[in-house]
Ligand binder design. Structure first.
Ligand SMILES: [Zn+2]
Length: 440
């Protein structure tokens, strides 16, 4: 008899292992935060047993690119450069820790409620945010966002370095990377400094990369080569996590693969800001690890990874004129194992396999919009999750074997307290923005 801390009984287990195994009516046993057994009718006794019949059990979602922002639904319908100038940069210039702390609570509540268990955040005031992640129970990579150019510069290099040194590799669920913002806002010296710091503390660098045509043209005008080749020449491409990767050439993809760099696809943000369509298939064929991200609530506007997987699939289909492009299983893979690979955690998270951390999501299949469900040979569970489910179908969210939400009840963060903090912080922050003028 296996002794476990937690057993999930009788769910359809979507393992996301290499073979894409879906186990009908199986159990998942967890001990010391790790998955210790997966299979039908496990002989196990546990302190807590969750009956998850009628549900799917999937690996927790990995949101590989986001920023914990506050002012959702403000200064909408602008192209990226105008949006940065009218909203992001003035807002970031005025941003205080109290604003970011409120945003972090709001963002993390939404992530837990929609089944994200790991997120990669590149933003501000992370010394104040890391304790919230400690409390929420989520797994996170936090990178202080640094800029040389623009009104909303972020913290100083000294503050960023202090944070990275204090948090990189020091917490079981929280890691710290270095986050130079983008090739059009950070000079060569900034990227070199990021590389030196990352090498010194043994961590990684993330940046926005080839997000817009403007960025590629601007860097090419300034440097004589595009952003990827420029960063390669600077020696900062090794192990880099590049958000977006919309405007990549074949040569760029080969360089990224050669340097072990990864890309995060952000379909909602790319559509909303009219940035373009990332060629996900070509990146994967070139050997580049590809994850999936929501980007921030400013450019999405939610943090729902189920919707993001669905839109990733639909965007490839309509762009390529090919309904077989990025099928459901591949879209779900982007949201789980793909993200784990992109952020170098594939040995710990991203699939339901013995030995991995118990980052698990239980998704109800019982609502009418999920009917009919087939299990066994004809199983359509992966398709139902990607194409039919919504965030509200997530019933339980578990990280390291610890439930953060059970039966839709949040266990680690206080929604009423967060709501009040967001109301106050947002009213304060919006008052600092320049007046809205209709965008021409
Ligand atoms: Zn971003």
């Amino acid at each position: 008899m296996l002794s476990a801390d937690l057993v999930l009984r009788g769910g359809s287990v979507v393992t996301m292992d290499a073979a894409g195994t879906v186990l009908p009516e199986a159990d998942v046993a967890v001990a010391d935060g790790a998955i210790v057994a997966v299979g039908a009718a496990l002989e196990a006794e546990a302190a807590r047993v969750l009956d998850v019949r009628g549900c799917a059990v999937t690996p927790g979602f990995v949101n590989a690119h986001t920023h914990q922002c506050l002012l959702r639904g403000t200064k909408e319908d602008r192209p990226l450069e105008t949006w940065l100038d009218e909203l992001c940069f003035p807002m970031e210039h005025a941003l205080q820790p109290s604003h970011t702390v409120a945003a972090a609570q709001m963002n993390q509540i939404e992530m837990i409620r929609s089944g994200t268990t790991t997120f990669v955040d590149m933003y501000r005031h992370l010394s104040d945010i890391a304790p919230i992640v400690d409390r929420s129970g989520l797994r996170a990579v936090l990178a202080p966002q640094i800029m040389d150019v623009g009104n909303g510069r972020g913290e100083t290099w000294e503050e960023a370095e202090d944070f990275v040194r204090a948090w990189a590799g020091q917490h079981p669920r929280i890691d710290a990377w270095v986050g130079p913002h983008a090739p059009y806002t950070v000079h060569a010296e900034g990227y070199l400094r990021a590389r030196r710091l990352a090498d010194e503390v043994g961590t990684r660098v993330m940046t926005h990369l080839c997000e817009t045509r403007f960025e590629v043209e601007e860097v090419t005008r300034r440097e004589g080569v595009g952003p990827v080749e420029w960063l390669d020449r600077l020696g900062v491409l090794d192990g880099l996590l590049g958000a977006h990767g919309v405007w990549l050439s074949d040569d760029d993809r080969e360089r990224l693969a050669r340097r072990g760099a990864s890309i995060v696809h952000n379909p909602s943000s790319n559509m909303k800001l009219a940035s373009g369509v990332a060629e996900v298939g070509k990146a994967k064929e070139a050997g580049v690890a590809v994850g999936l991200g929501t980007d921030s609530v400013l450019s999405n506007n939610n943090l729902d990874m189920i919707e993001e997987a669905r839109l990733a699939s639909f965007l490839q289909k309509v762009t390529l004129g090919d309904a077989t492009a990025l099928p459901a299983a591949e879209a779900l893979r982007l949201a789980t194992m793909g993200g784990a690979e992109a952020i170098g955690m594939a040995d710990r998270i991203g699939s339901i396999e013995v030995g991995k951390r118990a980052d698990l999501v239980v998704i109800s299949l019982e609502a009418a919009h999920m009917w009919p469900v087939f299990i066994g040979e004809q199983t359509n569970i992966v398709e139902q999750i990607v194409y039919s489910a919504s965030a509200a179908d997530v019933r339980h969210t578990i990280v390291d074997g610890v439930p953060l939400m059970l039966d839709r009840e949040l266990l680690t963060l206080d929604e009423a307290e967060a709501s009040e903090a967001v109301r106050r912080a947002a009213a304060d922050l919006i008052g600092t923005l320049p007046p809205t003028t209709p965008y021409q």
